[in-house]
Ligand binder design. Sequence first.
Ligand SMILES: Nc1ncnc2c1ncn2[C@@H]1O[C@H](COP(=O)(O)OP(=O)(O)OP(=O)(O)O)[C@@H](O)[C@H]1O
Ligand SMILES: [Mg+2]
Length: 331
Amino acid sequence: MARERTLSEQAFEQFPQALILVDRETTVLSLNAVGERLTGWASRDAIGRPAADILEVRTETGVNLCAPNGALRRALRLGTRINTHFAYLFRLRTSDDPVRVSYSVSPIRLKGKTPDAAVIIIHDVTPELETIELLQDLHGQADRMERLIGDILAVSRIDSGRISVDLSRVDIGSVVGHVCDEVRPMLNGRSLKCRVPEDLPPVMGEARKLHQILVNLLTNAIKYSEPGTQITFNTRADQSAVRFEVSDQGVGIRKEHMPRLFEKFYRADDPIVRRTSGTGLGLYIVRSLVTMLGGQVHVRSRHGKGTVFTVILPRAEATTRTRPRVAVGAQ
Ligand SMILES: Nc1ncnc2c1ncn2[C@@H]1O[C@H](COP(=O)(O)OP(=O)(O)OP(=O)(O)O)[C@@H](O)[C@H]1O
Ligand SMILES: [Mg+2]
């Protein structure tokens, strides 16, 4: 019996997460080694005190585990187990930053239905969160690599003439919808306003190429502007064409850099531009694709104020009879 108690006490003491045993009044009965480390309280000082004295664990919405309306009292009253995945443990004894934790409260019944005690388990999730961040970082790098390889392939197809254009009527609303969905996760605090009139006529083009053109322009608008600024994506039709306009309130482009923007590998010699990663292929691809679709691309910019790229593509009705299918270069 004594041996069993020693073993269970040792198991409690050496459990790899913080364990705090409280009675039904939430008075601390014991605290294991990880609990001592995480809270900063020695178990001999903690025992006999209300749990609220040694422990401040708050959910993301700010509710304190040990408050009168908190999870601990609820578990002791109702006899139900409570789990919370995202919470913060505040270090009451030190000025250290709060620790990200998950916790559970398990009521313990010796006899009868009402709980006599509860064990609080607190798990420091910092290492897991770091792993997630690392994975996200790797994911981001893999995304960038995929985009770069895609760009290099696109350029090599363009340059060798191995690219065909299959012109057909393209419904702009659905392309713009997909484009905006794709770039939204990159916004990071910038706002994106997409304005597409309901009655916009179809253009003569190719949905995939139009998609690639617009994603490139919007990615640039995001890359070369600060969080908190606005990016606007406007589309409007006139008698023969549809205009797509991507405006940002970003770093802008100096006059002397304008003539070379659409060249392969060209990046403006500007410290703000050099801070971002890029290869200088995006606008070369944009101009090549726009030309294949029979359109034009223009740029206006004021250094330090912002930039507007405009793509003009012919309306479907204006061209259906004259240009059903065009192949550029050798297949
Ligand atoms: N919206 C913009 N605001 C300010 N500068 C821009 C903008 N768009 C493009 N530029 C300038 O034009 C250069 C060429 O753009 P491009 O998209 O071809 O290349 P990149 O963005 O540098 O790299 P990549 O697109 O290959 O990842 C940029 O490096 C930047 O100097
Ligand atoms: Mg770019």
